[in-house]
Design a protein around this ligand. Structure first.
Ligand code: PLP
Length: 399
C-alpha cells in the first residue's frame, strides 16, 4: 500500500476523515506548538541518541522474536511467532512511548508531565519514565480504579509520582481524563500532557505511533534474518491501538503482508458487554478527535467492557479507522472465553504468561493458524506479560 495517507496525518492531523483537533480554539495553538516542537526536537541527534541508548540499555531492546514451537504444533497449520514486548522493563510495550514522551518533555524544557490512568498500566509506565528522565509526574486516577488496582497504585507511589484521586462523576477513566486535562490547562506552557495510546487530538496519535514504531522496525529485520521472508500475517490486540500500530507501521508498504487488529468481543458482540469499536462502532468525536466509537444515538459514549482492562476504551486511534476503511488492515473480535483459553495455552505450552490484552491476539492467531499451511507464518505482538492478571485468572477459573 503506497498511499502515504496510511502513514502520515495531513497538516490538520487527519488520517482520511479521522483524527484532527476537536478541541476548543484556544487549545489548537497549544497542540500545534507541541507538534512543531516534536517535529524539531525528535529529529535532533541529541534526542535520537539518548532515546536509542535508553531503549537498548534500560528497556532492553531489541525485544526478541520467538518461534512458539509447542503452541504451533498443538494448534496445527501456520507457525506462530511472538514479538516479545512482554520482556521489556515494566513488562509491556507502553514503556516505549512513555520514555519518548518523558524525554520530549525534558527537551522541550517542561517542568511536569501530567496524565490520566485507568487500570494504572499507563500510570506506572509513565511514572517509571519520569523517574528515569528526572521530571515531575502527576497522574490522575478515578477513586473506583484506585480501590481496584492496588499493586499499580503502590508502584506509582514508590516511583515518586503525585497521584491525584478523582472523586467526580463515575470516578473512573473518563473522569480522570477530564481532571488531568484541567490540571494541564492550568499551565500548558510549563506542563505537558502524556497520552497513553494513539488517541486524543493531533499530534498525539502521530507522536505515540512514532515512538511505538520501533516494535515493527525491529520485528521486520528480525523476521527476515530468521526466515528469509516476511511473515504472512501480523496480529495485534487493539485497545486505543498503540501496540498494533507499533507493529504494523514498518510493514504498511509490504502489500503481501496481511494485518489483523483484534478487539475485545467481551461477553459477545450481541450483548452490550464488549469494546469492539471498529467492528460495531459508528463515526463520531471523542476525547478531542474523530474516530469510530461505541456511542448512543446522541453521540454520547456508551459503557464498554473487556476482561482485559487495557482494551475497554469506547474509541480507537484515528489511523486504525482509516486503515480499516481502505481495507489495509482487517479488524476482528475475540471474546473473553477464547482469550482465557489462549492465556492458559500459552502459559502451559510455552511457559509464557501473557497479559489478558495480548491473549486476545494469541487467541486469534490460534484460530486462523489452523486454516493456514505449515509453510505460512504468523507474527503476534505479545504486548505485555500477565503478572498483573495472574490472581484474577486463577480466581476466575478456580485454579
Ligand atoms: C494498555 C495495553 C494494551 C492496549 O493498548 P494499545 O494502545 O491498544 O496497545 C495492550 N496490551 C497491554 C499489555 C497493555 O498494557
Amino acid at each position: 500500500m503506497t498511499d502515504s495517507n496510511a502513514n502520515m496525518p495531513d497538516a490538520k492531523g487527519y488520517f482520511g476523515e479521522y483524527g484532527g483537533q476537536i478541541i476548543p480554539p484556544q487549545l489548537i495553538d497549544i497542540m500545534n506548538d507541541i507538534n512543531d516542537a516534536y517535529d524539531k526536537v525528535s529529529q535532533t541527534a541529541g534526542f535520537q541518541d539518548e532515546l536509542q541508548e535508553l531503549n537498548a540499555d534500560y528497556v532492553g531492546r531489541p525485544s526478541p522474536v520467538y518461534f512458539a514451537k509447542r503452541l504451533s504444533e498443538k494448534v496445527g497449520g501456520a507457525r506462530i511467532f511472538l514479538k516479545r514486548e512482554d520482556l521489556n522493563h515494566t513488562g509491556a510495550h507502553k514503556i516505549n512511548h512513555c520514555i519518548g514522551e518523558a524525554l520530549l518533555a525534558k527537551y522541550m524544557g517542561k517542568t511536569k508531565v501530567i496524565a490520566e490512568t485507568g487500570a494504572g498500566q499507563h500510570g506506572v509506565a509513565l511514572a517509571t519514565a519520569c523517574a528515569l528522565v528526572g521530571i515531575d509526574c502527576e497522574i490522575h486516577m478515578g477513586e473506583v480504579d484506585i480501590a481496584k488496582e492496588h499493586p499499580n497504585v503502590t508502584k506509582m507511589k514508590i516511583l515518586g509520582c503525585k497521584l491525584v484521586p478523582v472523586s467526580r462523576g463515575t470516578r473512573t477513566l473518563k473522569d480522570a481524563v477530564d481532571s488531568a486535562f484541567e490540571a494541564y490547562l492550568e499551565d500548558p506552557v510549563n506542563y505537558i500532557y502524556a497520552i497513553g495510546s494513539v488517541v486524543g487530538p493531533h499530534p498525539f496519535p502521530k507522536i505515540v505511533r512514532d515512538f511505538q514504531s520501533i516494535v515493527g522496525k525491529e520485528a521486520r529485520e528480525q523476521f527476515l534474518a530468521k526466515e528469509n521472508k516476511l511473515p504472512d500475517v501480523l496480529i495485534a490486540c487493539v485497545g486505543g491501538g498503540s501496540n498494533a500500530i507499533g507493529l504494523f507501521t514498518a510493514f504498511l508498504d509490504d502489500a503481501e503482508v496481511k494485518m489483523i487488529g483484534v478487539e475485545p468481543a467481551g461477553k459477545g458482540l450481541d450483548t452490550p458487554d464488549h469494546a469492539a469499536t471498529l467492528t460495531l462502532g459508528t463515526k463520531g468525536a471523542l476525547h478531542g478527535f474523530e474516530c469510530y466509537n461505541i456511542q448512543d444515538k446522541e453521540g454520547n459514549p456508551l459503557p464498554v467492557y473487556s476482561i482485559a482492562s487495557g482494551l475497554d476504551y469506547p474509541g480507537v486511534g484515528p489511523q486504525h479507522c482509516y486503515l480499516k476503511d481502505i481495507k489495509r488492515v482487517n479488524y476482528e473480535a475475540v471474546d473473553d472465553k477464547a482469550c482465557l483459553d489462549a492465556f492458559i495455552k500459552l502459559s502451559r505450552l510455552e511457559g509464557i504468561i501473557p497479559a489478558l490484552e495480548s491473549a486476545h491476539a494469541v487467541a486469534h492467531a490460534m484460530k486462523i493458524a489452523k486454516t493456514m499451511s505449515k509453510e505460512e507464518t504468523i507474527l503476534v505482538n505479545l504486548s505485555g506479560r500477565g503478572d498483573k492478571d495472574a490472581d484474577f485468572v486463577a480466581d476466575y477459573l478456580s485454579l
